[in-house]
Design a binder for this molecule. Structure first.
Ligand code: PMP
Length: 361
């Protein structure tokens, strides 16, 4: 078997131990005589899986009791509409920080349902930094304040959270969930697509403070109402059963093999540190993000020569380092080093980059 080091921004690598466990349980899940793929979501055995996925997520992320965890579908992209339909309902307005494509999509979608106000943007420098936020520019009457915490395409991250006072802070944490501890109590709502740090694609997790549930606009489709999903334990309709099972295995791995999010953070800092350290010292490659705003998960870099970038991506692929091409909107390279990327994968990538640098100096 020849597994590659997959640096994709998502879907991305899953821990090998998790894949092996899933393979071992594929035909007969714990004596049930069936695969989790085949199971009724209303069965006792599946109830055990979804409950265990939720309690592991609560434990690993230290989610307070006054928050609901919802297992939904439709990707993080559906949340761009679902959040305003459910939250933008008191004063019909919300604040946005524009730090990249996903933040822009969240803003544009919300603008269809109310007054979406841009508080700050980093578009002037291709989203290579997190803009300074002036609390005087925040609308105290906003129904929520939205940020994209980790900007997958550009490789930036909010290292300090805006102080929004009593206005609920809402964050898209698709590409940083479970990468390090996060103080859930600072947020009104968190959402994430699962396909980076949690599971295969198909599951969207929403963590929402209870008082924000139950205020949806009248036009809200039933499937887009948080209340419906909260009242039905994420079982109003058929949930993405197998993906939730995979999330349970990943969370079990995070808790029992890694030792929780403090440990995961140390590993992620070590991996990102190796790559950034190399980029800072390199005469050929350079990172594209302001150092103080760098992401732990997505590391974009360039040589400054598009042809050489292409040559690098091709040569890397031949050595088993795949999906290093940058997002089509920015070019260059991007190494996404999510939780499941082994430290050894980053070590080997850096060694390969050193070799490439020598050969192409
Ligand atoms: N937000 C962020 C930060 C993302 O990285 C992505 C996907 N890469 C999305 C939203 C969109 O997620 P989905 O494809 O699950 O709708």
């Amino acid at each position: 078997m020849n597994r590659v080091y997959n640096f994709s921004a998502g879907p991305s690598m899953l821990p090998e131990a998790v894949l092996r466990r899933a393979a071992g349980e594929m035909l007969d899940y714990q004596g049930s005589g069936q695969s989790v793929m085949e199971m009724s979501h209303r069965s006792k055995v599946y109830e055990g899986i979804i409950n265990s996925a939720e309690s592991l997520l609560r434990e690993v992320m230290n989610i307070p009791d006054n928050y609901k965890v919802l297992f939904l579908q439709g990707g993080a992209s559906s949340q761009f509409a679902m959040v305003p339909m459910n939250l933008m309902t008191k004063n019909n307005k919300a604040d946005f920080v524009i730090t990249g494509q996903w933040a822009t999509k969240a803003y544009k979608e919300a603008a269809r349902y109310g007054a979406a106000n841009v508080v700050a943007s980093s578009k002037d420098k291709t989203f290579s930094y997190i803009p300074e936020l002036d609390p005087a520019a925040f609308d105290k009457e906003a129904d929520y304040f939205h940020i994209c915490m980790n900007n997958t395409i550009y490789g930036t991250k909010f290292h300090t959270l805006p102080d929004t006072g009593s206005v609920p802070l809402v964050a898209d944490i698709s590409s940083c969930i479970l990468s390090e501890p996060i103080d859930v109590s600072k947020f009104g709502l968190l959402y994430a697509g699962a396909q980076k740090n949690m599971a295969p694609a198909g599951l969207t997790v929403v963590i929402i403070r209870e008082d924000l549930i139950g205020h949806a606009m009248d036009i809200t489709p039933t499937m887009f109402d948080y209340q419906i999903h909260a009242d039905n334990g994420s079982m109003y309709n058929t949930p993405p059963c197998y993906t939730i099972y995979m999330a349970m295995l990943v969370l079990d791995w995070l808790k029992n093999t890694i030792g929780g999010l403090d440990e995961m953070k140390k590993i992620n800092e070590k991996k990102a540190g190796m790559l950034y350290g190399f980029l800072d010292a390199s005469k050929l490659f350079r990172g594209t993000v302001e150092p103080q705003d760098r992401s732990l998960m997505n590391v974009p870099f360039v040589t400054g020569d598009e042809e050489l970038d292409k040559k690098f991506v091709k040569a890397a692929e031949a050595e088993g380092f795949v999906n290093l091409k940058g997002h089509r909107s920015v070019g260059g390279m991007r190494a996404s080093i999510y939780n499941a990327m082994p430290t050894e994968g980053v070590e080997k990538l850096v060694a390969f980059m050193e070799k490439f640098e020598k050969e192409n100096a």
